[in-house]
Design a protein around this ligand. Structure first.
Ligand code: SF4
Ligand code: SF4
Ligand code: SF4
Length: 497
């Protein structure tokens, strides 16, 4: 039954008005435009609208609940969760929305554990102190504006999800920069809603990964169940992979056992070292994606392709892409291609460059980019290996000004929001460090081992192991905080983590 048959269109508009939901009103008004563009069919459009209405109703129920108390805390959030039969994590995600819409003021209270010379002081989460505003909701301007504000403030990670979600296909990302066709934009704000650089409840993301309702702080590499050092035994992959070939082996296995129909990844375009998003259809396609790419690539943009509908997919991507996918799972508004995403395979990422910056790095190393066979970041240096067998390197410090400004605020090295995270830091050359974060990731890894597709060692058995990874991930977090604070001092927009 269509929405119009179930409820009159006027009724739906009135509900949206009563909720003061600008996003929903706009989407209702733009029904004709959305269906004409054809990214979503009528049933999908209605599913999205219903889900959004449910979510808004729940959010305002929480607001009203909090408004009836002078001050609320964790216990009150638990009471609300029970009353509405939802997980505490869901309530926390709604609280985050209310906070971002400036409808509540949330303070976090901590216990301080004194440190010693060897152990720094630590803060342990104790409780929230929550106050609902007394302001008139209808006077509060919607925060869900188009992500142009994210592009212009140099906050965009370039993940590509906004372009996939846009119901009128008026947004595109290329070479790390986004552009909106303002004549077509219906200002629904959906791009803002899914973007990992508008607001991102990092603690809720980690709690969702851990499947816990215990509110706590997470360490430098996020939640993980097990950690290994591993390398592929698949000959075609080992011949071309950069390190241990584990991400390619995951896809190889998933295609082979029909656990996925399609995968999203990045391959080199016709311009060498300028990657482009690619839709992988079988295990032979995987070989085109081998090797680390240092130029930003909006893989998630492909999620709006029609051929993805009703297909099981895996996404291989960098941490900001894993964050975008998990955020959209937490705030599920029924977008079809996001629901089909079966596996999040995350890769480690220290920073990314524009193609033009990569050219400048090659210039500094006195090498033609077309002669480069492999690039790598290791031991504080950027390496270029040439087709003639030369090894050239430059200290990262000397090229850090060439990294994307947008990446300076990135807090995540190890893809904390993936099912399984893979990178080279912590393992010997030719091996990958693998962090297993979810039950799904664990099952996949165990099956790779039992199918004899990979060689696996506990990470404790290899050097330098997790201590190095923890240290580098920690310094990325510290640098991210520094950049965010200095932007705040200049009154510039920053992501709300
Ligand atoms: S650009 Fe953003 S606000 Fe504009 S129509 Fe697309 S999703 Fe909606
Ligand atoms: S971070 Fe991702 S979702 Fe946000 S504006 Fe950039 S490309 Fe779009
Ligand atoms: S450093 Fe962060 S924001 Fe930049 S590409 Fe990597 S994961 Fe994305």
């Amino acid at each position: 039954m269509s929405l119009e048959e179930k409820f009159s269109w006027e009724f739906l508009k009135n509900v949206a008005d009563a909720l003061d939901s600008y996003r929903i009103r706009v989407l209702i008004d733009a029904k004709k435009d959305v269906l004409e563009v054809g990214i979503y069919d009528e049933l999908q459009y209605e599913t999205i609208l219903y889900k959004m209405l449910d979510e808004e109703i729940l959010k305002y129920s929480l607001f009203n609940f909090l408004k009836n108390k002078s001050k609320a805390n964790c216990q009150d959030l638990e009471i609300f969760s029970k009353e509405f039969s939802i997980e505490l994590n869901k309530t926390l995600s709604l609280l985050e929305l209310l906070k971002n819409e400036q409808l509540v003021d949330v303070k976090e209270l901590y216990d301080k554990i004194e440190g010693s010379e060897d152990n720094p002081e630590t803060l342990i989460f104790k409780d929230f102190s929550i106050e609902a505003t007394n302001g008139d909701i209808s006077k509060i301007k919607s925060i869900y504006e188009p992500v142009k504000v994210v592009f212009e403030s140099k906050n965009c990670s370039g993940c590509g999800l906004c372009a996939a979600i846009c119901p009128v296909n008026c947004l595109h990302i290329y070479n790390g920069f986004g552009k909106i066709d303002e004549d077509k934009c219906i200002r629904c704000g959906l791009c803002y809603f899914v973007c990992p650089r508008t607001y991102l409840p990092v603690r809720v993301l980690n709690m969702t990964q851990e499947k816990t309702s215990e509110i706590k702080e997470y360490q430098n590499i996020g939640h993980f169940i097990e950690a290994y050092s591993a390398r592929t035994k698949v000959k075609e992959i080992s011949e071309i992979c950069q390190d241990g070939g584990i991400s390619s082996t995951c896809l190889h296995y998933l295609f082979d056992r029909n656990k996925i129909d399609l995968a999203l990844g990045a391959k080199m375009s016709n311009t060498l070292w300028r990657p482009e998003p690619v839709l992988l259809k079988n295990k032979e396609d995987i070989l085109s994606t081998a090797g680390t790419k240092y130029v930003n690539n909006p893989n998630l943009q492909l999620l709006n392709l029609n051929e993805l509908k009703d297909k099981k997919i895996a996404v291989v991507g960098v941490p900001c892409q894993m964050q975008a996918l998990l955020k959209s799972k937490i705030y599920d508004i029924g977008f079809p291609s996001l629901n089909n995403n079966e596996y999040r395979i995350g890769i480690f990422c220290m920073e990314s460059f524009s193609y033009e910056s990569l050219l400048k790095i090659c210039e500094k190393l006195n090498v033609d980019i077309n002669d480069a066979k492999k690039m790598d970041i290791n031991k504080g240096k950027f390496f270029v290996y040439t087709k003639k067998g030369e090894e050239l390197n430059i200290p990262i410090k000397e090229i850090s000004h060439l990294g994307r400004e947008e990446c300076e605020m990135c807090y995540d090295l190890t893809s904390e929001s993936a099912d399984i995270s893979i990178g080279s830091i912590g393992s010997p050359s030719g091996w990958n460090t693998v962090l297993i974060r979810t039950e799904k990731g664990k099952k996949l890894y165990d099956e790779l081992v039992s199918s004899n597709l990979i060689e696996s060692k506990p990470i404790e058995d290899v050097k330098p192991g997790l201590p190095l990874l923890q240290r580098i991930a920690g310094s990325k977090k510290t640098n991210s905080k520094k950049h965010i604070n200095s932007k705040l001092e200049e009154n510039k927009r920053v992501p709300n983590y």
